[in-house]
Design a protein around this ligand. Sequence first.
Ligand code: ADP
Ligand code: MG
Length: 373
Amino acid sequence: MTKHMTKTYFAPGRVNLIGEHLDYNGGLVFPAALTMGITATFNKRDDNKIVLSSATHALRKEVDLSDALAYDAKNEWTNYPLGIVHQLKKEGHFVPGCEIHYSSTLPEGSALSSSAAIEVLTAYLLLSQSETNINLSWLSNFCKQVENEFIGVQCGIMDQFAVALGKANNAILLNCSTLDYQYVPIELNHYKLLILDTKKPRSLIHSKYNERKSESDEALRILQTTSDIQNLAEANMSALELITDEVIKRRARHVITESLRVKETVKSLRFNDLSTFGRLLNASHASLKNDYEVTGKELDVLAEEAQKLKGCLGARMTGGGFGGCAIALVHEDAINEFKHVLEYKYQAATGLKCAIYESEIGDGVGEKKNENH
Ligand code: ADP
Ligand code: MG
């Protein structure tokens, strides 16, 4: 056997600062990549096998690259990389025989997009063996397709896009219908962005997510009877009168008001007005709780208790909801007390222990050089 050099790659998780459940509604979202993420080591093999292992899962999987691949619950986590391999082969890309080992600083199933991270990481590292200048916008769409079709989760483009194209100290203002995007510097002065993890198992998330998507599609279908909008996020508040079903109306109202909040947020950050940014975070959470109904008790306790604490300008759930994480903007001098009080109040109200992370805004997917020295 030829001895090949180990190569190391990294893909981050992400938080969405504001603009929740707008990606599949063709709206503006505002995610940022984290410094927490997944690392993969790649070792080429001389045969036609791919061997997958992860530090966080017992299952190790070996497949022959000439075999047909399909989603199988028995394959557990390996469905994500196998979905990428399947789609790469289907589209005629070269996939080398190799061993890939994943390790991670990113909690899984906590709404920080570890699924997008493992997809983008796997696609990037496999393509890097035969291609240079991988188009990251194309790559995010490719990975989204795998999550939609192979895994069966109807997510939008935001997660994969942020993981692929993230930039340190910047958020990405992304238009999910055109994929136009711009980086917006995030200068928080003496404030820090904390990630508050409910640690609640999210068993219902995938089915509820798909349900919200079809409710949004229904709202769009109603509005399209009198206007030629392509996406729900383009609608005006006055259009809500057309919707008689109260549930569908509330879903549409969240999408419309949240779109306005994204624009306000970007404006407030350009003026370095963090108090307004904080108020918009709070308003976003209320809309996700009351109109879109994707929060649940744990996220509500965490975000709403955080909002009341000294030094906190605002807090909201982030990601799909029904558990997972919230974010909070907290003054650096208040962080210790904030953590202490919030942990106590959360446990008293829910019986669960939350985790609080202080991640910075980091870069998107890439090879980690000098890892072998
Ligand atoms: P989220 O994307 O919010 O973290 P998902 O349920 O969409 O939650 O994806 C989590 C799944 O992704 C895990 O259950 C696991 O199958 C897979 N995954 C994420 N990170 C890793 C990792 N480091 N190693 C193996 N599988 C992982
Ligand atoms: Mg996911």
